[in-house]
Structures are given as structure tokens and as C-alpha cells.
Design a binder for this molecule. Structure first.
Ligand code: HEM
Length: 468
């Protein structure tokens, strides 16, 4: 039995929002532990490291990955003019993803971890995720293979690239062939671990989010993408440079010098594809900037694109050895990680949700006003969040350069940690508003206040004298 149109996209997108609400709320719990370290003392499953791993994995594999796959399931049939190869397979994949991840994060709470950044989930869960990635790839590739348009749109290139590269990167990073501890000998483990750790960003979230931006931005401004060739050149540069940047995470470790040099050069080289992306996006927006005032998906998409530029420039800069030595092991890095995953990738996913849900449900968004409130609270909250973390990082870096022990600096940055909890709360409240808005949209509701405003506007238009 074949399911109805967009069934997989709807399942994946709704699940993603549930994961967002749960995992982002944990962010606040652990932010509170920075202010009151004994808050959950004596309760093993609430200690900071376990909380942090569930926050990161819940957001990376629950919210961001599922939202991204949902968007691909939405975009691919529209760009290929061919239905999804198998919605049934998509639905099974979606439920299995939810179940596997739920078991994985419960495991993390109980202490079952691989203790490798972004690869903490236990080995059996890695196997499940790998199979599901391959099945998603199979389903979308078969859809693309059966396309009825000859042209292969840029977004499809980026989707296909992500689906080929990420399963390979994921298998290597999780040392999938060596259960259950999955460790490589000595420093090889750190080198390959960071090959994965950076490429989950570069060859999964970046390529996947760029695919979505290249779809939504031209659609919302009703203009073709400025440069097809430019986008493809950027695609190959991304693949080339990203594969070697991982070692910039361990520039202070005794890994071979040539590998460090390759990582630094590649990190600076990433400015090429991001510049190409920004030129392409901004040229597509030329003459249509006013659309940012009324298109909710476009506002989120352009915010995400701008944060992509900023995080890339910051990343290239902090990969330089001197800068890296100064800011390493401080909250500067945490600010940078949130600029990437919250600033760039999550804003892109919110854009996709606002674009897809009304179209999939065949009704307008429940409340435009709530959507704008969501944007403002998240945007302002994030600017504050990023600023206090960067400031804390600089204080820590300065102190460390003078040889002041970490413990002595902590009282001085407590105020900044309180700032993080406060601005984080703004961001979290915004997500509850977002989830409510989408939930009501999916139920086909329209805000009564806005219905009244719409009715008044129509009435005024109808009674206005000709020429107004
Ligand atoms: C979509 C939203 C978010 C995403 C994608 C996200 C992602 C991440 C990532 C990737 C890390 C690891 C950082 C690193 O390795 O340096 C992290 C850590 C953390 N996040 Fe979030 N986060 C989000 C929202 C929030 C919010 C709203 C808060 C609220 C206060 C928060 C609080 C934290 C804290 C306290 C840590 C641990 C930092 C540390 O270990 O020093 N996050 N998050």
C-alpha cells in the first residue's frame, strides 16, 4: 500500500519539532548547572556530561537531521516532477529513526557512550542510523532516477552529495567495524574522530542546508538562481576543502605537522565556496530585498545564509595557529558551535518548516504574528547568547595566556553564564511559540485575531474609492 503525498516529509518534520522542544529545553538545564553546579548533584542521569550529550545528539540527529531530511523529501519530488519512490519506505525509516534515537539518548542518560564528540551514541544505534541513512539515500536516489525533467537542479546535487558522503564519514567516525568500544589506536582515534566531527557539519549539515536555501530563496523571490555553474563550482570546492579540515580541532595535540598545515590551509580555502554561495544568494535576491518584510520563510532563510557566511569567516580565522592557540579550550568555541548549528543550520530548518507546513496542509500559517515573534525572540536571543559566550571565551583566553588557573577565572565569568541562561530562555520560549504555531497550522486552524484583521482589510479594500 502506498501512502499519500508528502507523508514522509510530514512525519519527519513533526518528529523534528518534538525533538527540538525536548533537546533545546535540556540546553537550559545544563546552562543552569554552570551557575549552580550542585543543582542535580547525586542524580547520575542529570549530571552535566550526560545532559550535554543528550542535548547535542537530540538536536543534531533529532531536530536538525530530521528537519533536513523532511525538507529533502519535500523538495526532491517537486524538482524531479516525480513522486517519492516509496513513501512507505520513508515512513518506516522515519519511525525507525525516532525509535533508534530515543533508545540511543536513553542509553546516554544511563551512561552508555562512545565518548567521542558528535559520535557519543552507542554502537548498535550507530548501525541503525547508518542503515537508515542508506535507505534514505536509496529512496531519494530512486526518485531522482525516475525524474521526468532532464535538468538536474542545484539543490539535487547538494542533496545527493550529502547522501553519498555522510554515510561514509559517519561509518568512519563511529569506527563502525569495531564494536562495541570502537576506538582506533592512539592519536589515529582523535584524527579520524575529528575528520568525522567536522564533516558532520561540512558534508552533512552544510551541504544539506545549502540545498534547502537554494530551493527556498529563488522560490520566495520568484527569480531563478543567479548562477548554476557558480553553485556547482562551490559544490566541488566544498567537497575538496572540507575533507581535510578536521585536524584544525587538534592543533594543540602531537599530530603530524603536515596534517596540521593541510587542515589550516583547507580551512582558509573554505572561504571560496562560502563566497560563491553568498554571491549567488545575494544576486538572486537583487531587487527583491523588500520580500524580507513579508515572507517568513525568506527572512529565516536569509538569516541562516548570513550566519553561514559569518561562521565560515570566523572558522577560517580561528583555524590560524596563533588565534587557535589563544581561544582553544574556552567558551569562544561553544559560541562558534552555536553560530554554526543554531545560527546557520537551525534558521535554515525553521525556514523550511514555515515554507513546507502551510503548503503540505493546504492552509495558511496559523499566525503570522507568532511567526514574526519567533524570529525576533530567536534572533535577538541568539545575538545575546553568542555575545556573552564570546566574551566569556575571551576572558578565559586572556587569563589562560597569563597562566591564571581555570578555577580562578570562573567567579569572574559567572555573570556571563547567567546571561547565557537568560538569552537561552528567550530562544527556548521562541521555540514553544513556533511549535504551537505549526501544530495549529497542521490542524488547519487560523488565528481568530488575524482572521478579524484579514476580514477588515478585505472590507476596507472593497469599500475604498477607485484609485486608492
Ligand atoms: C537549535 C538550537 C541549538 C543547537 C543546534 C545547539 C547545539 C549545541 C552544540 C553542537 C553544542 C556543543 C558545543 C561544542 O562542542 O562546543 C552545544 C552545547 C551546549 N549548549 Fe546548545 N544548542 C542549541 C541551543 C541551546 C540553547 C537555547 C541553550 C540554552 C542555554 C544551549 C546551551 C548549551 C550548553 C550549556 C552547552 C554546553 C557548553 C559547554 O560544554 O561548555 N544550547 N549545543
Amino acid at each position: 500500500m502506498e501512502h499519500r503525498k508528502d507523508a514522509t516529509a510530514k512525519l519527519m518534520a513533526s518528529s523534528a519539532i518534538v525533538w527540538l522542544i525536548w533537546a533545546i529545553t535540556l540546553g537550559l538545564w545544563q546552562a543552569l548547572e554552570f551557575i549552580a553546579p550542585d543543582l542535580f548533584a547525586g542524580i547520575p542521569w542529570l549530571v552535566f556530561p550526560r545532559m550535554r550529550q543528550t542535548h547535542v545528539n537530540g538536536l543534531a540527529f533529532g531536530w536538525l537531521s530530521m528537519a533536513m531530511i523532511a525538507a529533502w523529501y519535500y523538495i526532491t519530488p517537486r524538482l524531479t516532477r516525480s513522486p517519492i519512490y516509496s513513501e512507505t519506505l520513508g515512513i518506516v525509516t522515519g519511525w525507525a529513526w525516532n525509535l533508534g534515537l530515543a533508545i540511543g539518548v536513553i542509553g546516554l542518560r544511563l551512561g552508555y557512550t562512545q565518548a567521542r564528540e558528535y559520535a557519543e551514541l552507542a554502537w548498535p544505534i550507530d548501525v541503525v542510523i547508518l542503515i537508515l541513512l542508506l535507505l534514505t539515500g536509496f529512496n531519494l536516489f530512486m526518485t531522482i532516477r525516475r525524474r521526468t525533467v532532464e535538468h538536474l537542479y542545484v539543490s539535487l546535487w547538494y542533496i545527493m552529495g550529502s547522501l553519498i558522503w555522510f554515510p561514509i564519514v559517519f561509518a568512519i567516525g563511529n569506527v563502525i567495524w569495531a564494536p562495541p568500544t570502537g576506538a582506533l589506536p592512539g592519536l589515529n582515534d582523535a584524527i579520524w574522530g575529528w575528520f568525522y566531527g567536522h564533516n558532520i557539519l561540512g558534508l552533512w549539515f552544510t551541504t544539506g542546508a545549502v540545498a534547502i536555501l537554494y530551493y527556498i530563496i529563488p522560490k520566495e523571490v520568484k527569480q531563478p538562481l543567479y548562477g548554476y555553474t557558480l553553485a556547482l563550482v562551490a559544490f566541488w570546492f566544498l567537497a575538496f576543502f572540507y575533507s581535510a579540515v578536521g585536524t584544525h580541532h587538534i592543533l594543540q595535540a602531537p599530530v603530524p605537522g603536515w596534517l596540521k598545515t593541510v587542515a589550516v590551509v583547507s580551512s582558509v580555502g573554505l572561504l571560496i565556496p562560502v563566497s560563491a554561495f553568498i554571491i549567488n544568494t545575494f544576486m538572486t535576491l537583487r531587487g527583491s530585498w523588500r520580500a524580507l518584510y513579508y515572507s517568513i520563510p525568506l527572512r529565516f532563510a536569509v538569516t541562516g545564509a548570513t550566519f553561514y557566511l559569518l561562521v565560515s569567516v570566523q572558522g577560517s580565522l580561528q583555524a590560524l595557529r596563533n588565534v587557535n592557540q589563544f581561544v582553544h579550550f574556552t567558551n569562544w568555541t561553544v559560541a562558534h558551535a552555536h553560530l554554526a548549528l543554531l545560527g546557520f543550520v537551525a534558521f535554515t530548518m525553521w525556514s523550511a518548516m514555515y515554507y513546507m507546513f502551510p503548503r503540505m496542509c493546504g492552509c495558511p500559517i496559523y499566525s503570522e504574528r507568532l511567526a514574526w515573534i519567533h524570529w525576533w525572540l530567536t534572533f535577538l536571543g541568539f545575538i545575546g547568547f553568542f555575545s556573552v559566550l564570546t566574551a566569556a571565551g575571551l576572558v578565559q583566553a586572556g587569563a589562560s595566556a597569563q597562566g591564571i588557573p581555570v578555577i580562578q577565572v570562573l567567579p569572574g565569568i559567572r555573570g556571563l553564564f547567567i546571561g547565557r541562561a537568560a538569552t537561552g530562555t528567550m530562544i527556548i520560549v521562541a521555540q514553544y511559540i513556533f511549535a504551537y504555531n505549526i501544530f495549529m497550522t497542521a490542524r488547519g486552524k487560523h488565528s481568530r485575531a488575524e482572521t478579524a484583521i484579514d476580514a477588515r482589510k478585505t472590507e476596507t479594500a472593497a469599500t475604498a474609492p477607485a484609485g486608492i
